[in-house]
Ligand binder design. Structure first.
Ligand code: PLP
Length: 385
């Protein structure tokens, strides 16, 4: 066994940067003018930012003024959820127990600060928010109640896909605002906001081979959401602070390449995931798949979440063993890795006796190969011997 080998299967935590994106970012570092300055240095920087905004907006079927650059998914989500409550007068939020903590913790904080009420949609047997329950919850609100629904497109731990079009339709029926956390979906799935009645989406470049520390919020035209950072008038007064030019153009490049190559890359990654499922099922027959992650149509092609047939107390040991063999994967969300609490997603979907098992998320990218999958299976078999 080659002990110097490194296999990165933690792409839902973050993806490597594409070489073309790196190059674009390095070149952009030369444009050091402040985009708010009126001289030519500033105007050059500003025009690159506006080009990025236009290109991203075009692909999503919206206008440039509806895209606000942020420092990433978490900031976009905070901006949208807090802004909606403060500026649209939301009194009820409907979400699910399996959302990312960027949503759940923001909702908790707003709940305490603004005294709004929060309802959690029930999950179906495989852990996807139940559309019928969403319909029921929304139908029971008073007609003058202002409601915001926040549900994610792709679950970052188990990969479950939401029927976004159906959710958007139900929200429209009950005149509820809809925020879709699309952090794991942008750059991986086509999103046409010209036909989908979604009011807000959030995105993060480092999930689609772009840089960390940059993302965007889409806020539907005419929704009067104000800045939650106080300062200058950047981003049309909606996000104060000097823009990070090299990150924004890096995100633009990553975004455009992701959509130019979407079908080809999706087929490739889906093939790897299928191969992983087949191999692990053959070699470790007692393996179990969490959520919909072994169902290729109901889960994201990038994510698989397994339970290994080992004692729960050995979970840390298997993670350490994989790491020593150069394999990077995770126990769920990367932001939870340092926490002593287990995954809130698996807690919500698994029976109590199953929760402590060794659950591992493997997530794939265009840079992975079948040979790497074979290596990981061999490492797991070696551990289980
Ligand atoms: N939402 C989802 C579904 C995520 O997977 C993540 C990151 O893991 C976030 C939000 C937060 O995004 P960021 O890391 O850009 O703050």
């Amino acid at each position: 066994m080659n002990l110097d080998k490194k296999v990165y299967l933690d792409n839902a935590a973050t993806t490597p940067i594409r070489p073309e994106v790196k190059q674009t970012m390095i070149e952009a570092l030369s444009y050091y003018g402040n985009p708010s300055s009126v001289h030519s240095f500033g105007r050059t920087a500003k025009s690159l930012i506006e080009k990025a905004r236009k290109n991203i907006a075009k692909e999503l079927g919206v206008s440039s003024s509806e895209i606000i650059f942020t420092s990433g998914g978490t900031e976009a989500i905070n901006m949208i959820l807090k802004g909606a409550v403060r500026d649209l007068g939301i009194t009820q939020i409907v979400t699910s127990p399996t959302e990312h903590h960027a949503v759940l913790n923001t909702v908790h904080s707003i709940e305490n600060e603004y005294g709004i009420r929060v309802s959690y949609v029930k999950l179906d047997a495989k852990g996807t928010p139940d559309i019928e329950d969403l319909n029921k919850i929304l139908s029971e609100f008073l007609s003058d109640e202002k409601v915001l629904v926040s549900l994610m497109y792709v679950n970052n731990e188990i990969g479950n896909l939401l029927s976004v079009a159906k959710v958007a339709e139900i929200c429209q029926k009950y005149k509820a605002y809809f925020h879709c956390d699309t952090v794991q979906a942008v750059g991986h799935y086509p999103i046409d906001l010209s036909s989908l009645p979604i009011d807000f989406i959030s995105a993060s470049a480092h999930k689609f081979y772009g840089p960390k520390g940059v993302g965007f919020a889409f806020i539907r035209k005419d929704l009067p959401i104000k800045s939650f950072l106080f300062g200058g008038e950047q981003e049309r007064g909606r996000r104060a602070g000097t823009e990070c030019l090299h990150n924004i153009v890096g995100m633009e490049e990553a975004f455009l390449l992701a959509y130019q190559n979407l079908d080809k890359e999706r087929t490739y990654i889906e093939g790897l995931k299928k191969y992983f499922i087949e191999r692990i099922s053959q070699e470790i027959p007692l393996v179990r798949f969490n959520g919909q992650s072994d169902n290729l149509t109901e889960s994201a092609y990038t994510i698989v979440n397994v339970s290994l047939p080992i004692e729960p107390k050995k979970t840390d040991v298997v993670m350490l063993f994989l790491d020593m063999r150069g394999v990077a994967c995770s126990r769920g969300s990367a932001c939870q890795s340092g926490s002593s609490q287990g995954s809130h997603v698996l807690k919500a979907i698994l029976p109590e006796k199953e929760r402590d098992k060794a659950h591992i998320r493997f997530s794939f990218s265009i840079f992975n190969t079948r040979e790497e999958v074979n290596y990981v299976i061999e490492v797991l078999k070696e551990f289980l011997q």
